[in-house]
Design a protein around this ligand. Sequence first.
Ligand SMILES: [Zn+2]
Length: 119
Amino acid sequence: MPLQTCLACGAAQYPSRDVCRVCLSDALEVRETPLEGHVVAEAALHRSLEPDRLHGGPLRIGVVATDLGIRALVALASNVRPGAAVWLTASDGPAGPILAVRKDAIDPAQAGGPGNFHG
Ligand SMILES: [Zn+2]
């Protein structure tokens, strides 16, 4: 998944920012970074200013605590529940730019690309 990374200390940044959240360096670049974690919270969105995102029912979103020390608000694949081990992957689907998929549903080598999950 594309993730902004500090060239001075190596800390991952999410969301992207002007200076590093750890060392305040402005030497940041976006790198393809496999990102995994655990779902720590789940919610359902029933209303949106972008109605296309809710096509087919409420949108399931969640917070994922990642192994890089950041927490991300993401869309959840249909089979992902709180506590699940997940990969985060970039998505161009209607649910949003980041999708959490179960670790057993995706090849880690593909975790950085869009549209490569199986459920
Ligand atoms: Zn830094």
